[in-house]
Design a binder for this molecule. Sequence first.
Ligand code: PBG
Length: 341
Amino acid sequence: MNKFSLPRQTRTVDEITGSRRLRRMRKADWSRRLVQENHLTVDDLIWPLFLTDGENRREEIAAMPGVYRLSVDLAVKEAERAATLGIPALATFPQVDFSLKDVAGSEILNPDNLINRATRAIKAAIPEIGIITDAALDPFTSHGHDGILRDGIIVNDETVEQVASAAVLQAAAGADIVAPSDMMDGRIGAIRDALDASGFQHVAIMSYATKFASAFYGPYREAIGTQGLLKGDKKTYYIDHANSDEAVREAEQDLAEGADMLMVKPGLPYLDIIRRLKDEFAVPTFAYQVSGEYAMITAAAQNGWIDGEKAMMESLLAFKRAGCDGILTYFAPKVAEMLKG
Ligand code: PBG
């Protein structure tokens, strides 16, 4: 029994809302479709692919069910599938053999390293698909950091020089967009200069402008085999995840240095940053729905705790709503198939 005597409603709903009823347009599927503000299409997708040495190799990544490390020959097959599905671009990430790693990540300067071999092979087979290469040292260093490590410090300027040289080699192999993910100061300008000096004016730069020090990269480190190597964390170069103004300053700096596109990483926990950057700069803006985000949705779905496909679509549309022009997502082929069907 309710011991309070409830007050009678004194106004009608129409008096309360001024006769505005937002449910009117939600009443049927046709009217919901008519007023839908944001849409996800295959043109929004960038598919990150993990590469490994050898031939005919396809190894599932434990923390990312449905995602595989692929040898170059199979990566070419997946690129063909991507092109058939209409996915505009791929982003490649190598699992570098441990014997090739050193403190300076010098294998990144091998014109025939795994990334560059994959780019050449994919471009030879499917010239029309866009290739985005990760210009960062972490797959190549014996300590898993994105820079050259000296006396416990990630040295900025030497790292920048090396990443800029690596970017030129990636462009020479056929990369359409170079995407530095290391957060060293001055890397965008140095890469632009190096590309231009080598005749690669047409190669674009997608800056991982706002890359946050995040726990959501865990499965990726398993995928490229750096998780056991990394000592400490990346807080001296990635942005503190408590900060938002700093992300705007970082993006502003990268644009001033010549970035063509901005990326926010991770994705879903950082929608506020995406919206701020889009409003502030109005440039092509992308999100990276990272490995941990993929793992969370996939694991919950495998347990029957959420509808995986619906959660996937909802998360991707959220990026569009926040202002993204596109999304790097491991769900790309699945989404492309769903959008087609
Ligand atoms: C590092 C790099 C990271 C990712 C791609 N390149 C982060 C890291 O290991 O610190 C993460 C991608 C993902 O989690 O899906 N240059």
